[in-house]
Design a protein. Structure first.
Lengths: 150, 200
């Protein structure tokens, strides 16, 4: 992500320091992570110390300071999904992608996270990829679903 | 500026509006322990060791005296059984982070806190924020800040700023109520891990 685009996002928020989180969120959603250079640019333009930006960027889970994959997999490990076999779904995804929760594979294809509830317990076990919900997953269906993503 | 009368430990105390309980107590020589306080910095209320009982119109609440402003007819107790118990618990929790801190050990003796009450997790940092706030408020360099949250919260130097500013300052080191070495350690770590292109 180049400085021009970052400046554009900042200008959209009139360069207000109070819009810091909004600016960071937009960079995060476009770039999928927050590179150090981007944070330095935001710090300079919004006149917010880098320590403060670092504090905020590490506080919220929505921000990532390391590159994320093109597709984000969220596997629900909540109680309902757990008793319906979320662990098997997770194991399948781990085997196929070779990454553990919180990690990203080398090709930047997938990032894997576990979550504690996605709010649709009747569909358990639930897996969400890039915001699309896959419900009532069996290990075989999980493997099929993953194949659709490039 | 209107005058406010309040009672601290049974003594009538006159205070100015806008003063905190801690300041009012100190003005008449009543000692309240503090860890995260520094006269050059804004009150922060991180350590909670200055917790006191404040009673107003029959309601008693526990407040951090370094932040709570004085009120008319407030009755403050700085050493009740409850306050002592809370300070003891806070000290035990802090000691699990920094078991060797002199300042904490002295307080522990006074309040009968057992430094082995909780499993040790010696990070040395008790999150008082003195170094972070001193760097931001007094030096205005913002070289050190907090990162992460909850149990994983810790201080971290920004290598690009630290490599320029810190070696000639180091004023935050003696402020640390636990181990000044910790700040030095983290600083060194930050400088080593920063890539050569950034250091000047």
């Amino acid at each position: 992500m180049d400085n021009a685009r970052i400046d554009q996002i900042i200008d959209k928020h009139q360069g207000e320091a109070s819009s810091l989180i909004q600016v960071l969120l937009e960079i995060q959603s476009e770039n999928r992570w927050l590179p150090k250079e981007a944070l330095a640019r935001v710090s300079e333009k919004l006149q917010v110390p880098l320590t403060r930006i670092q504090h905020i960027a590490t506080f919220y889970k929505a921000f990532s300071l390391v590159p994320k994959g093109r597709h984000e997999i969220h596997i629900c490990m909540g109680t309902a999904c757990h008793v319906r076999g979320a662990q098997r779904v997770l194991d399948t995804v781990q085997d196929l992608t070779g990454i553990k929760p919180g990690e990203t594979d080398l090709d930047l294809k997938f990032s894997l996270e576990t979550v504690n509830c996605l709010g649709c317990c009747a569909l358990g076990p639930v897996m969400e990829i890039d915001g699309k919900t896959h419900g009532k997953m069996s290990p075989a269906e999980t493997a099929d679903a993953l194949k659709k993503y490039e | 500026m209107s005058k406010i009368m309040l009672t601290i430990d049974g003594r009538e105390v006159q205070a100015q509006e806008g003063m905190t309980i801690l300041e009012a107590a100190q003005s008449v020589g009543i000692d309240i322990p503090t860890l995260c306080r520094h006269e050059k910095l804004e009150p922060y209320g991180a350590c909670r060791i200055c917790t006191v009982e404040a009673e107003n119109k029959g309601w008693t609440k526990l407040v951090a005296s370094c932040l709570y402003p004085v009120e008319q007819n407030l009755v403050v107790r700085t050493r009740s059984e409850k306050v002592d118990r809370i300070r003891k618990m806070i000290l035990q929790l802090l000691l699990s982070h920094a078991p060797d801190a002199r300042e904490l050990q002295d307080l522990a003796k006074e309040y009968g806190a057992d430094k082995d009450r909780f499993e040790k997790e010696a990070s040395f940092c008790i999150h008082c924020g003195l170094c972070v706030r001193y760097c931001a408020e007094v030096k205005k360099k913002n070289a050190v800040g907090f990162v992460n949250r909850g149990a994983r919260r810790e201080i971290s130097f920004i290598p690009e700023i630290a490599s320029k500013e810190c070696w000639n300052c180091k004023e935050c080191f003696p402020l640390c109520p636990t181990e000044a070495l910790q700040a030095a350690y983290i600083l060194t770590e930050a400088l080593i891990s920063s890539s050569p292109s950034f250091t000047t």
